[in-house]
Design a binder for this molecule. Structure first.
Ligand code: T3D
Length: 256
């Protein structure tokens, strides 16, 4: 049997999901879709997982659809059944998800990174809105994420021309949180992921609130905040946070 298309590892509260088709720059075939969907499901269910990192094996992060292995499903079915599923999983997972963009991301590979809550890019990594280059339209949430993150005109420029955007350019536009030297990506990601994995239960609810922040009126946001604050204050982590503050020590959160 060949190597798994997606690798899954958990250590110290951090689940690392690695797309593992390096010879194709981790482009998606069915095995990789299924592996990613299963990995995200497992990360969601496992209480030991408090933060998720998604990265790619080899020199690429993810080159979008594998253009040499399109399978025989109609394209709409492929998009709805697979791409849309893992995008929704990432957005609804009540744990922070961090994209460690180790190399080039293209097409749906960019959408994969943008769907994550935090994006750290290696200096030599790049983003390509490749859809137009092959006569397609943005999918996997690209038309949703791009204008929200960078506005209509810049989103149109990237989507219409499909030019490669360096990590520095992506950072200047606000498409990633940080750019680090290639050799420091792993350590930088481990540092952030470790901090998130030691965070309180409320992190999942923070994600829920911020993710919906742009979509709804103030009154609805205020009510949802009040509702989730009631849930947060009832957690062991909130009790620990308060006690730690009073005792002038660092809190020891357990994620519940
Ligand atoms: O079913 C559907 O189509 C609907 C879903 C659509 C979602 C999408 O994501 S559509 C967009 C699909 N992706 C692309 O169009 C990207 C195609 N790849 C590229 O444009 C370039 O490879 C990159 C910009 C990503 C990287 O360029 P570069 O010069 O760094 O690498 P390379 O030499 O082009 O690629 C290295 C190898 O990876 C090469 O194989 P080889 O020659 O060494 O055997 C190349 O063929 C392979 N590769 C790269 N991208 C793909 C791929 N193989 C299959 N599918 C790919 N997407």
């Amino acid at each position: 049997m060949g190597e798994a298309a997606v690798l899954y590892a958990v250590g110290e509260g951090v689940c690392t999901i690695t797309l593992n088709r390096p010879e194709r720059l981790n482009a998606f075939n069915l095995a990789q879709h299924e592996g990613l969907i299963a990995a995200l499901r497992q990360a969601e269910r496992d209480p030991a997982v408090r933060c998720v990192v998604i990265t790619g094996a080899g020199r690429g992060f993810c080159a979008g659809q594998d253009l040499a292995d399109l399978g025989d499903q109609p394209i709409g079915q492929l998009v709805r059944r697979y791409y849309n599923t893992w995008i929704r999983q990432i957005r609804s997972l009540e744990k922070p998800v961090l994209a460690a963009v180790n190399g080039v991301a293209a097409g749906a590979g960019v959408s994969l990174a943008l769907a994550c809550d935090l994006v750290v890019m290696a200096e030599s990594a790049s983003l390509v809105q490749a859809f137009v280059r092959v006569g397609l339209v943005p999918d996997s949430g690209a038309s949703y994420f791009l204008p929200r993150l960078i506005g209509h005109h810049k989103a149109m420029e990237l989507a219409l021309f499909g030019d490669r955007l360096s990590a520095a350019e992506a950072h200047a536009l606000g498409l990633c949180n940080r750019v680090v030297p290639d050799g420091e990506l792993q350590a930088a990601v481990a540092d952030w992921a470790g901090r998130l994995a030691r965070g309180p239960r409320s992190m999942g609810w923070i994600k829920r609130l911020i993710s919906r922040g742009l979509e709804r009126p103030l009154d609805e946001a205020l009510e949802h905040e009040a509702y989730l604050q009631e849930a947060a204050v009832a957690t062991a982590d909130a009790r620990e946070g308060l006690q730690a503050f009073q005792q002038r020590r660092a809190p020891d959160f357990i994620g519940r």
